[in-house]
Design a protein. Structure first.
Length: 311
């Protein structure tokens, strides 16, 4: 591994071709639209900007984009593309590298959070993203759900590409949440093996990382077109929102603790009706603490949904 990490010149030279399906409009356009909507009129920060797959079309939509990436070889490919020289890039580890200014949205896509191979580094990344966001700004990741259900008892490998010239498989260590993607490629009668390490995590662990960084879950989907996230989903697009430092409740309480402030007026003495998912005045004579499970969805003091069934 050189100064560009695992994405040096050899990988950068063929990266776009090897991930060609991710550059197609069907895969790219919904993601760009999703991120542009979150950015609004503000700036976007891409962690792991790479060759500009996401940054270039987002910039063409009028969103000012800045990127952070460790690989000079990948960024050189970005610079060589039309419009690439207009996008600011800072070379460095996206888990810790800081850039000037505040952003409306920061994002980390295509499983790149897994390139950070320790929990400590992933937590640092969430904190770094939050530090760059303005109050109310959002951090977005797109990442796979660990494929452990495909592992038969005693097996640690899951193949994902099998062809006459390429064999590729993931190896999981369920005790440490370490994994690696391994490739055997045949060309001109010669074989070549390469391996890239990753760390997988479950959505709930990412939610805790966000909470440690002062953010709370705003929404989670199966994909960029907002299909519902279910137990059968094999990936997720998750959005966490940074709390407002001026809000005393955001400073004083963790996001998950907000649900204890919800009250429901059993006597129906308030203007709002029970079950509407709203917070009733605490001084209402008929208001009592709401037991988890009484309502499917509640809202916190900012109006965002809390799913009481999962708390």
């Amino acid at each position: 591994m050189d100064e560009d990490g695992y994405f040096g010149e050899r990988v950068a030279a063929t990266y776009d071709e090897s991930a060609a399906e991710m550059f197609e409009a069907a895969a790219l356009d919904p993601a760009v639209e999703f991120l542009a909507a979150l950015a609004g009129g503000g700036r976007a920060l891409e962690l792991g900007i790479g060759t500009g797959r996401m940054a270039l079309p987002l910039a063409r939509r009028g969103v000012p984009v800045h990127g952070i990436d460790l690989s000079r070889a990948m960024v050189a490919r970005l610079r060589a593309k039309p419009g690439g020289d207009a996008i600011g890039v800072t070379i460095g580890d996206f888990a810790t590298t800081r850039v000037d200014g505040a952003f409306s949205v920061a994002y980390l896509v295509f499983n790149t959070i897994m390139n950070l191979t320790t929990q400590e580094a992933q937590v640092a990344c969430f904190r770094n993203a939050a530090a760059h966001l303005e109050p109310g700004g959002c951090f977005v990741i797109e990442v796979m759900v660990p494929d452990l259900r495909r592992l038969p008892p005693g097996q640690t490998a899951v193949p994902f590409t099998v062809s006459p010239t390429v064999w590729a498989f993931d190896i999981y260590d369920v005790a440490t949440q370490a994994m690696s993607s391994n490739y055997v490629e045949l060309a001109d009668g010669h074989g070549e093996y390469s391996s890239i390490p990753f760390r997988y995590a479950w959505p709930a662990e990412f939610d805790l990382m966000a909470q440690l960084a002062g953010m709370r879950l705003r929404e989670r989907w199966d994909g960029w077109t907002r299909e519902p996230f279910t137990s059968e989903s094999r990936q997720h697009v998750s959005v966490w929102e940074k709390g407002d430092a001026r809000c005393r409740r955001c400073r004083r309480r963790p996001a998950l603790a907000l649900a204890v402030e919800v009250r429901i007026c059993q006597a129906r003495r308030c203007a709002r009706q029970p079950g509407a998912g709203d917070r009733f005045p605490q001084r209402c004579a008929g208001a009592v603490p709401l037991a988890f499970g009484d309502l499917g969805q509640l809202r916190d003091h900012h109006g965002y949904i809390i799913d009481a069934r999962h708390m």
